[in-house]
Write a protein that binds this ligand. Structure first.
Ligand SMILES: [Zn+2]
Length: 344
């Protein structure tokens, strides 16, 4: 009796091994485990045994049945796994999907590069409010109420409709922080960089945004001259745009400096030959600068008789545009990931 069980079990497992698909598995199941299957037949024959042999034989029969059932179930599972249609299968050899990583905005990145250039020269970063009083944005910077220079700044005023005066505004430049810094540090010498958002009521096009980031520099102390201004800004231009850069200073007018200058570098695209980017002049203007106006020094608390200083300001977007060959300022603020991803 026992041999019959073992024989049957081995034969069944051998055949199960050979089954290649679910169809053959079903045939195997009917043959061995089905109602008329081999196992059922033997189980029935247990009843014909002498009573003392029945418990042992029954137990053995059930064990074999359990083993065969488990083997069958395991193989069916395995075959089912293989039967998944190709489009639903997981290809574990494929490379994983990269999670989307954020990157530093190109304007912020450029600003950090500017900090890195000025920090070794002793410039620290200070900030000021974006909503500013007329006094700081204009008056203390030598731009009184009736001054025609106010026309240079298309100002966004912040005022309730019943207010008669236009005393509060979105700052049009970072220069009000010059006054705030002087008030704070006077009579100490100053070397600061002033970054931040500025606002102008301007129509937006490829080179103008109603909001832009400016970074301004201010140095105040005894014995500071125009030579210091030129030295510092030349060092900046060469570190930012290449050691071979030529620089050019020309007279310009800003009410809060005297004399005022505009600084240009030889075109980084055509190396000064003349091209579309530089408007066929060979030069690219990168910033405005000048010696702090004596009136402004005095407004900040410094005696213009013994203190002098220089200041400069630039649009960070413009520097980033020149450095990376970007031709439209609006790209910075359009939230287009295709653009931003290029700076990762
Ligand atoms: Zn050019």
């Amino acid at each position: 009796m026992r041999e019959r069980w073992e024989e049957l079990k081995e034969k069944a497992l051998r055949e199960l091994e050979e089954a290649r698909d679910l169809q053959e598995m079903e045939e195997w199941r009917v043959t061995y485990l089905g109602r008329r299957g081999a196992l059922t037949k033997i189980l029935r024959s247990v009843g014909k045994l002498p009573p003392e042999e029945r418990p042992q034989a029954g137990e053995r029969a059930n064990r074999v049945k359990r083993e065969l059932t488990q083997a069958w179930e395991a193989k069916v599972e395995a075959l089912k796994g293989r039967a998944i249609p190709p489009e639903e299968r997981i290809d574990v050899t494929l490379p994983g999907r990269k999670p989307l990583l954020g990157t530093i905005h190109p304007v912020t990145r450029t600003l950090w590069e500017i900090y890195d250039i000025f920090a070794p020269l002793g410039f620290q970063v200070v900030e000021g409010p974006e909503v500013e009083w007329d006094r700081y944005n204009f008056e203390l910077l030598n731009i009184p109420k009736d001054h025609p220079a106010r026309d240079m700044f298309a100002t966004l005023y912040v005022a309730p409709p019943y207010a008669r005066s236009q005393e509060m505004m979105l700052r049009t430049h970072t220069s009000p922080v010059q006054i705030r810094t002087m008030e704070r540090f006077c009579p100490e010498p100053i070397r600061v960089l002033i970054p931040g958002r500025c606002y102008r009521y301007e129509s937006v096009d490829a080179t103008h945004e109603w909001m832009f980031i400016q970074v301004e520099g201010l140095a105040v102390g005894q014995g500071i001259t125009m030579a210091d201004l030129k030295g510092v800004l030349t060092a900046f231009a060469r570190q930012m745009f290449g050691e071979e850069r030529k620089v050019r200073f020309r007279c310009d007018y800003f009410p809060f400096v005297e004399p005022g200058a505009e600084m240009a570098i030889d075109c980084i695209v055509c190396q000064g030959e003349g091209c579309r980017v530089c408007g066929y002049t060979g030069w690219l203007e990168i910033l405005g600068a000048g010696m702090v106006h004596p009136e402004v020094l005095q407004n900040g608390g410094y005696d213009p008789g013994s203190y002098t200083g220089f200041a400069f300001g630039m649009g960070v977007e413009r520097i980033a545009m020149l450095k990376h060959g970007i031709d439209d300022i609006r790209l910075f603020y359009s939230n287009d990931l295709r653009f931003l991803k290029q700076f990762s």
